[in-house]
Design a protein around this ligand. Structure first.
Ligand SMILES: Cc1cc2nc3c(=O)[nH]c(=O)nc-3n(C[C@H](O)[C@H](O)[C@H](O)COP(=O)(O)OP(=O)(O)OC[C@H]3O[C@@H](n4cnc5c(N)ncnc54)[C@H](O)[C@@H]3O)c2cc1C
Ligand code: SF4
Length: 511
């Protein structure tokens, strides 16, 4: 039990960083760190069991590490009979037992919990500190956004490059003479020719094995497999995973960033977001390491820049948008999409091979890379007019890296265009042709990506045109959609009608 009068310092499951603001100035002789595994956080959506396991195990390891350093930790396990089931309940219990002088917290990642914490009224003062693990603070993003008509990531990213000096020359211009090498980063997979070194697999230790057993018992109805759990659960293990990425995969990260290949879930991607988002890795440090890999001649510029842009640009930008726009952001439904989620999102059982592969992999590994999330699953949800709320809840459940601050803008904004263009200037809608070019999925599919209509036609093809038709009133005025609407207007009316009929039939069968 902590000495009464010290501070109670809250550390949440995604705040597992030794440099966390809530831990700054900690006095081991007086203060107590509070950590709690609570049912409310594990079940507000039915998270993938691997996601719960990585977090609970990482929390237990983090608490052990603090204790090794002489810090007093009050840790509530999920199966503790006195567990109140919520973060606020655990704060109240700890105050009653320890009589601290105040509670210190770092701002929460999700609006839901942050507003609950802000609304908490306890018997001692609560201090909520900024989360300085991000490269841009919420205030800095708001200042950048102030007065701008459009919040384009590219301009935010350039400002971040200037601020951090990453990949910048002394004269203030970007290395390589351009800010962005995305055009070089769209190579299709060389079918069967390459086999990237698989990511480092970490063997579960006794703590992780115990947590896996607990999760299996307590969340039997949560969708997703616990088999083959190989995530790291400490900062040291996460660093080893990052080392392996920089060594083996960064050099081709750029070239094959958009490629998809059966049986290769990670390809040259980092598989690091679950560590970054839980606080086990530092984003700026990863960016610096990517830059160093380029300067040392280990990785080309398009790879280092591409990787840095994802973290310094996209990751910081979506967080900024989230805090700027919440809570209204989650309520918009620009395309008026209301179809419920098809059952196969929870089983992967569909004849569409691309979806079978990507959803199957997601349910197995709690991971899919960006293009699988955006251009296969998200694109399907967009074209089929699935309800944004249902789709966002699914994405929040199934990925080990999913927290609303990053999941929502990516799903609601980027994938579904439900925000009407806050994040992207046009919907990421594509026909089966895109998936055929960027993957080998169509080879193993009963549908034909080249056929526009008919029983064997790829559903993405007729759904794509039907989507444009259905949303013409809302989208045809968008200058970036003008060309595609012009092509549609030149299409033979019989073809349009056939596609509309096939779409109706398909969508009816879907629900
Ligand atoms: C519909 C949809 C939902 C998504 N949901 C999440 C989510 O819940 N959590 C999450 O962390 N990412 C999410 N993303 C972004 C991205 O898909 C993942 O960050 C990435 O796939 C993680 O795998 P990786 O570590 O191998 O990433 P890499 O492709 O190797 O990229 C390196 C790092 O860049 C960051 N990054 C890349 N793209 C983005 C992005 N668009 N937004 C934020 N960070 C990015 C991640 O931290 C990632 O680890 C989503 C994307 C889409 C299209
Ligand atoms: S043919 Fe269509 S449904 Fe089948 S894998 Fe290709 S894109 Fe997916």
């Amino acid at each position: 039990m902590g000495a009464s009068g010290g501070k109670l310092r809250l550390v949440l499951g995604d705040q597992l960083s030794s440099g966390l603001s809530a831990l700054a100035g900690l006095d081991p002789s007086a203060d107590t760190v509070l950590m709690a595994e609570v049912a409310e956080e594990a079940t507000y959506v039915p998270h993938h069991p691997k996601k719960i396991a990585i977090l609970f195990s990482a929390m237990r390891h983090f608490a052990e590490e603090l204790e090794r350093r002489g810090v007093r930790v009050r840790y509530t396990r999920l199966d503790d009979p006195n567990n109140s089931g919520s973060i606020l309940g655990e704060i109240d219990r700890a105050i009653e037992d320890l009589a601290p002088s105040s509670v210190v917290a770092t701002e929460c990642g999700e609006w839901r919990l942050q507003s609950a914490l802000e609304g908490w009224r306890g018997s001692v003062p609560l201090e909520i500190l900024d989360d300085d693990r991000f490269i841009a603070s919420r205030a800095a993003f708001a200042a950048w956004a102030e007065g701008r008509k459009q919040l384009r990531m590219e301009y935010f990213y350039r400002e971040m490059r200037r601020k951090t000096g990453l990949l910048m020359r002394d004269d203030g211009t970007p290395e390589g003479g351009q800010w962005n090498f995305d055009k070089e980063n769209r190579q299709p997979p060389d079918m069967g020719l390459f086999r990237p070194t698989p990511p480092l697999a970490i063997e579960p230790d006794s703590i992780t094995s115990e947590v896996i057993g607990l999760v299996r018992d307590r969340f039997p109805d949560h969708c997703g497999s616990l088999d083959g759990f190989a995530f790291g659960v400490t900062a040291e293990e996460a660093e080893r995973c990052a080392d392996a990425f920089f060594e083996d995969r960064l050099p081709l990260f750029g070239d094959y960033q958009d490629a998809m290949l059966t049986g290769e879930p990670v390809l040259y991607h980092a598989l690091l977001s679950q560590y970054l988002n839980a606080g086990l890795l530092d984003p700026l440090d990863l960016c610096r390491r990517a830059e160093a890999a380029w300067r040392d001649g280990h990785a080309p510029l398009n790879a280092a820049e591409g990787f840095i842009r994802q973290i310094l640009g996209w990751r910081e930008y979506v967080r900024g948008v989230y805090w700027l726009k919440m809570p209204d952001y989650a309520e918009t439904n620009f395309l008026n999409a209301h179809r419920p989620l098809p059952e196969f999102f929870w089983t992967g059982e569909t004849d569409m091979n691309c979806l079978r592969q990507c959803i199957g992999q997601t349910l197995r590994d709690a991971y899919a890379h960006h293009i699988q999330r955006l251009m296969v699953i998200g694109n399907f949800a967009l074209l089929a007019g699935l309800s944004p709320k249902a789709v966002c809840a699914w994405y929040l459940c199934v990925y080990a890296d999913a927290y609303e601050w990053v999941e929502l803008p990516n799903t609601h904004g980027m994938a579904l265009f439900a925000d009407g263009g806050v994040l992207g200037s046009k919907p990421y809608a594509a026909s089966g042709k895109y998936i055929d070019r960027m993957s080998d999925y169509c080879r193993g599919c009963r549908y034909d990506p080249k056929k526009p209509v008919g029983p064997d036609a790829c559903p993405y093809n007729y759904l794509y045109w039907d989507f444009l038709d259905r949303n013409a009133e809302t989208l045809s005025g968008n200058p970036r959609m003008a060309m595609i609407y012009r092509s549609m207007s030149r299409m033979a009316p019989e073809k349009r009608q056939a596609m509309a009929q096939d779409s109706d039939k398909f969508l009816e069968a879907l629900t």
